[in-house]
Design a protein. Sequence first.
Length: 181
Amino acid sequence: MQNIHPTPPSSSINVDEPALLDPVVFDCQGALRSYRFSSNGLAPKSHTRTAAFTDNRCLPVRGRAQGGQDGNFVIEEQPIDWTFRPADLQGVNDAFAVFVSGDSMVPKYKNGDLVYVHPTRSIAKKRYVLVETTEHKGFIKQFVSWQEDVLVVQQFNPEQEVRIPKETVLRLMLVIGSLDC
């Protein structure tokens, strides 16, 4: 019987020589920046990735974002609360969180959920966003597109497209995650 997968002779492997490529270890704690390299091909380096959340409550909660069309989110000068900062917001100076108010985004976001906002990350179609209007009202919605002079977003309950005039949009920020409260 012929050996289909022959084993190379042991003399062809020299453990004293550095490996051409170190094996990559995947850290399931978080996908972004979660690949790290082993130091000698045998054991992974010590884990240098930041923890999933900070040990202390250092992320400001800046208000409540209405789920419905009327919106009542106001970015407060002083936080209304503090929460733990997730890894993707560590080092992001203007990051914050808001509590969801209302049920227009159920089942994705429910009344009382805490959502994490990255104020400068780019936004793509179908991502969830916090829309802040010039009146400092806020909405959590799903981004659809910018169409000429309106921002088009989607809500789930009731399912409908919402059109917000561009001149009334102060900021559009990416929601990067949530915590069920």
